[in-house]
Write a protein that binds this ligand. Structure first.
Ligand code: ZN
Length: 91
């Protein structure tokens, strides 16, 4: 399940803005998502991800920010293809 909010908390309060970017770690051939972030918190997320890497909470690798595409279009296309349904974020 994908959260529908930004993953960042500031001073204990979760950000309630809708996310606009997917944050993932690219390690070798693998890429895995670590969270979602709104456009306001991109830099904060980058800092947080780096410190999580340094403390070993997440794997090392390149931190990638990818814009969340409009879900409708991708889901419809992918349901026909069945090849790349990983792009479809809604369950
Ligand atoms: Zn945020």
């Amino acid at each position: 399940m994908v959260p529908e909010r930004c993953s960042i908390s500031v001073k204990g309060r979760a950000c309630t803005l809708p996310p606009s970017l997917i944050v993932s770690i690219i390690s070798g051939d693998e890429e895995y998502m670590i969270g979602l972030v709104c456009s306001d918190h991109v830099m904060l997320m980058k800092t947080k991800a780096l410190s999580m890497q340094n403390s070993g909470k997440i794997g090392m690798g390149k931190i990638k920010f990818q814009e969340i595409k409009p879900v409708m279009t991708d889901c419809v296309l992918n349901q026909k293809n069945m090849d790349h349904d990983s792009n479809c974020l809604q369950e």
